[in-house]
Every structure is written in C-alpha cells, then in structure tokens.
Design a protein around this ligand. Structure first.
Ligand SMILES: Nc1ncnc2c1ncn2[C@@H]1O[C@H](COP(=O)(O)OP(=O)(O)OP(=O)(O)O)[C@@H](O)[C@H]1O
Ligand SMILES: Cc1ncc(COP(=O)(O)O)c(N)n1
Length: 567
C-alpha cells in the first residue's frame, strides 16, 4: 500500500523537546550482512548517542563479497515512508546514503522542500567497495545537484571526482583543492576523506565554503574490514551535529570512534570478504569499564600466606581464567615477588593488550586523550610522591629510608618536569586540571595504605607503578620518524627507572619475608589492587569524549560554521 494516510497525531515538535538525544533519520539502502547501508547507519547513530530511524530506498542482496541483486520499491512508497516519519517525528538530522535513481533523488528533494531538517549530511554513494554500482550512471548529475542542498557532503575520492567534474585525485592536496573549489562555488561544506588514497595517515578534513579547514588525522589500520566505513562516518557525523556539536567536535568524535570500530572489525569474524567494522566496540568497552564488580574477590588471596606457593596460580582480575604469566622485564629478586608477579598476570597482560597502550604505541591515540593522560599523570605523581615519603617516614632501616625518600623526590622531579615540558605549552588560562575519579581513587588508596596499613602492605601497594611501567617500557617497539608520541615513549626507556624498580622489588621481597602470614596476605591484596588501579589509570584517557561531555542541543547561532544550512 503506497497511499498516504491523513496525519492523525501532532508531530513531536508540539511535544516537550527531546533533551539531548538527537533524532536522526537515515535514508539508505540495505545490507543484510549488517555492515553497510541502513544497518550500519542505525548502529552508528546509536553509537554516537542518537535515536536512529530508517527509511529504506532499495533492498540490496549483498554480503561482504559484493552485491547479488537489487529490489527497488516504487518511488511512491519511498515518499510514503518519508512522510510517515516526518508527519510524526521532529528530525534533528538527516543522513542520506544510497539513493539509487534520479526518481528517488527527486522524491527525497520534494520531501526536503517540505521538511527542511537543520542538518543534512549527504554521503553521495555511487559505487560499493566491491565495485558494484549503487547509483545508476544516469543519476550521477542528479546526485551532484542534490549535494548542493547538504549541510555537509562526505564523498570518497572517486565520488569527489564526479562531484567536482575532475579527474580522480591522486594526492590529498589535489583532493582538498577540488573540494575547496566546489565548496566555495556551492556554499556547502565537504569532508574530504583520504581512506582511498595510499597514505599512512587517513585524514578527514572539514572544508568550509570560506576556505577554513579542520583536519582530523588518524593512523591507517591494516585491515580488510572497511565495508561500510563511509556510511558509518556520515551517520555518526550527522548524529553529533544533530546533537549540537561543532563541526570540529563532531568530526573528531566520528573519526575517533570509527577508528576504534575499524581496528576491532576483523575480530567479529563476519564474512570472508571485506568485513564490517565493529560499531559496538566502544560501547562494550565503556560498559565493561563501568562495571561495579569487585576487583579482587575474597578468595583470590588466602587469609594467611605461609609460603609463596599459597598464593597459587594466576587468579586476579574479573574472570579467574587460566592465564599465561608474561615474562617480567625486571626479574623478581625472590620467591615472594615471583609469586606476586604470577598472581597479577591477568592484569599485566590486560595492560599490554589495552587499547590505550596499543594506541600510544601505534600513534593513533587522540591528542585530547594524550593531553588528559599527561595532566592526570602529573596529579598522580604528586600523590604517589606523598605515599613514597610516608614509607620513608615509616622505615627504620637506613637504606630503606634513603631509598624511599629518593623515590619520593624522583616522583616530584618527574611531576615538575611534566609541568615544565609536556604540560608547559598547555593553555594556562583555564582552570587547573582536577584529578579524575580514577586518579583520585588510586592516589587515595596509595596514601591510605602507606600511612594506615603495615609497612609491608604499603610497599606492596606502591610497587606496581614501578614494575608495570617498566614492563610497558621494555615491550615498546622502535617507532618510525614522525611518530606523534616518540619523545614521550622514550621516557619509558629510561634505564634509571629499571634500577629504581629493582630496588623497590628488593624492598618488598625482604618486607614479605619478614612479615606475618596475615600481613603478607594483606600485602598481596594491596599489590593486586594497585595493579588494577594501574590498568584503570592507563585506560581512563580513552573513556573521555573529545570536546567534553556537555550534551546540549545548540541553536544555530552557536554554530556559525553551519549557518545557511538546512536548505
Ligand atoms: N584502513 C583504514 N584505517 C583507518 N581509517 C580508515 C580506513 N579506511 C577507512 N577509514 C575511515 O573511514 C572513513 C571512510 O572511509 P573511505 O574514505 O574509504 O570512504 P568510503 O569509500 O565512502 O567508504 P565505503 O567503503 O563505505 O564506501 C575514512 O575517512 C576514515 O576515517
Ligand atoms: C546499501 C549500501 N549502501 C552503501 C554501501 C557502500 O559501502 P561499501 O563501499 O563499504 O560497500 C553499500 N555497500 N550498500
């Protein structure tokens, strides 16, 4: 049935405004394997924090290898779907993907003439990664004209060539130049994507008609799981713009989220061709990070530790599965520290595998996450220094007194160097950084343990910071010239740090040997708890949204870059 029903309900504009969840409509074709088209759009809109809606243009029998068949319903049915949505729902953003034919483009144009959403993101889908046509050749010029209505268009390199009537760009500069000319002529912003160029860095650049540019670089992921990347980027972008983000924040969020989704796409094992990206990876990672499950279960450590063997096989962490114990970069000097290393194996392995360490090493860690990490590190070092000084005050052995007070001084010197160097160039006009919940929990735990528990327990609590940091440092590969974090990674390689770790290990070994079985058990718990704090400390920077957390819908005047959109 394609006849239109009379409007029976008030559109939702007459209902109370829908707070901070933007209502985003995707108009696109289908992919039954869920990687591209409507499925990718809805997953991306959800991941970006929106409420997704879907109007289907064409039913596409495709998989990760290519398109097998197409079924295109009558244009009246497309019009009916569009009206069914807009008669009822106020739209904060619309994204278009596969439109297929001149007739369908005209149908969407007629609907837009009526509806005029504030944000229209046009992904001018023409040819799939597989080489199959998703837009009839005779509809190309209609698509080119349609792009003039957009707030922003997101063509790939080949689509940009059709859009601008130019030969396919072979360099990023050429693509930017083509886009700049078209944008100036049409008054429409363009996101230039270099995914299809042979570059080590994939850069998404928002080009405004006035010539201004916002470039968001990311490292290229060596993967075949790139089916639907264009659909996903444009849907996430539409959602973040619909939510009120500036173009810079919206593009940074979408690029960063998509990079994580592409990185983890292959692990989904969906199909044997060009696989999909993992749209849900970020949500699952954040959900896991928000778990309130206890870190150390009551039976993880016996109440009395008579011998190192009582600590048993690796069992720390959430799952208690069998874990291979990684070789320690700084060797334990005796059986107690060896048993602690084995007990913490799951957490040590999780740090080595963490998205944060991987991104720091491959250079894909977003700048905002790195800056946050450094600021929290400086705050942490101050708290850590106080815990080390407390251990100095509580030591009676002269060597231990010297060692802990020097370690405290070392932490304060590092903090001062961070402020002088890495943090020195930061903007000093704003409020000074405040400790995050993770940093505050870790430093409070260290201070309380160093001051309030037996000394051996305090020593066990401060050890993971030395030992696990040295472990990460030893595993670092050489990084290529131009790596954004190479100078920072060099700080992990400081041989002085290995010596300090060896000394801290020797302190703990002798404290454990001399302690009562009950104190040893408390020390083992403190060690495992601190290992887990280390994992949280590394991971926390990737839980921060670029552009901050405010999720308020902005008015158009808040975003002059978008003025003139919603044609
Ligand atoms: N190998 C990769 N590594 C990192 N990011 C990538 C990679 N491939 C694609 N991207 C990201 O996906 C975005 C869109 O990719 P691309 O330029 O291939 O667009 P597209 O051809 O429109 O996508 P589609 O394959 O869905 O048609 C890029 O701008 C980039 O952010
Ligand atoms: C319905 C639909 N829309 C868009 C694409 C493009 O995605 P890709 O180029 O990654 O195949 C697709 N394959 N199917």
């Amino acid at each position: 049935m394609t006849s239109s029903c009379p409007t029976q309900f008030p559109p939702s504009s007459t209902l109370p405004a829908a707070a901070s969840v933007p209502r985003v409509l995707s108009i696109a074709g289908t992919d039954p394997t869920g990687g591209a088209g409507t499925a990718a759009d809805l997953k991306s809109i959800t991941a970006a924090g929106g409420y997704g809606m879907s109007v289907v243009t064409a039913l596409v029998a495709q998989n990760t290898h290519g398109v097998r068949d197409l079924h295109v319903p009558p244009a009246e049915f497309l019009a009916a779907q569009l009206r069914a949505v807009s008669d009822d729902v106020t739209l904060d953003a619309v994204k278009t993907g596969m439109l297929g034919t001149t007739e369908f483009i005209a149908t969407v144009v007629a609907w837009l003439d009526d509806v005029r959403p504030a944000i229209l993101v046009v992904d001018p889908v023409m040819i799939a990664t597989s080489g199959d046509r998703l837009l009839q050749p005779e509809a190309e010029q209609a698509m080119v004209a349609f792009c003039r209505r957009a707030t922003v268009v997101t063509p790939n390199i080949d689509e940009l060539a059709v859009l601008t009537g130019s030969p396919r760009a072979t360099t990023e500069d050429e693509a930017l130049e083509q886009a700049a000319r078209w944008s100036e002529e049409t008054g429409v912003a363009v996101v230039v994507k270099t995914g299809h160029l042979d570059t080590l860095t994939v850069t998404n650049t928002w080009l405004s008609p006035d010539g201004s540019r916002i470039a968001v670089p990311s490292t290229r992921v060596d993967t075949t799981s790139t089916h639907g990347t264009g659909c996903s980027l444009s849907s996430a972008l539409a959602t973040r713009l619909g939510r009120g983000d500036s173009p810079a924040d919206a593009l940074a969020w979408a690029t960063d989220w998509l990079h994580e989704s592409i990185t983890h796409g292959a692990a989904l094992r969906v199909g044997s061709g060009h696989g999909p990206v993992d749209h849900g990876h970020r949500a699952r990672r954040l959900q896991a990070a928000a778990s309130s499950a206890p870190w150390i279960m009551p039976d993880a450590v016996p109440h009395l530790l008579e011998t190192p063997a009582d600590l048993g096989a690796p069992q720390a962490g959430d799952h208690g599965r069998n874990v291979t114990v990684p070789a320690p970069a700084v060797a334990p000097p005796g059986p107690w520290t060896a048993a602690l290393w084995a007990a913490g194996a799951e957490i040590t392995a999780a740090i080595a595998d963490s998205d944060f360490v991987r991104a720091l090493v491959d250079g894909s860690l977003p700048q905002h996450a790195f800056a946050f990490y450094l600021a929290q590190d400086a705050l942490y070092l101050n708290g850590y220094a106080r815990a080390l000084a407390a251990l100095a005050a509580r030591s009676t052995d002269p060597d231990a007194q010297v060692y802990w007070s020097q370690a405290a001084t070392g932490a304060l010197t590092e903090e001062a160097e961070l402020h002088r160097g890495w943090l020195g160039s930061a903007d000093h006009t704003g409020a000074p950084p405040a400790p995050s919940p993770v940093t505050a929990a870790y430093t409070t735990f260290l201070l309380a343990t160093a001051l309030g528990e037996d000394r051996a327990v305090g020593v066990a609590a401060v050890l993971p910071c030395f030992w696990l940091y040295a472990q990460v440092g030893a595993a670092l590969p050489a990084v290529p010239a131009g790596h954004p974090y190479s100078a920072w990674l060099d700080t992990y390689r400081d041989p002085g740090f290995v010596t300090a770790t060896e000394q801290a290990l020797a302190q703990l070994e002798s404290e454990m040997a001399a302690a009562s079985p009950a104190v040893r058990a408390a020390a083992a718990r403190a060690f495992l708890t601190a290992c887990r704090h280390e994992l949280e400390f590394f991971d926390q920077a990737l839980r921060l949204e670029p552009g901050g957390g405010a999720a308020l819908l902005a008015t158009e005047t808040d975003r002059p870059e978008l003025a003139g959109s919603a044609r």
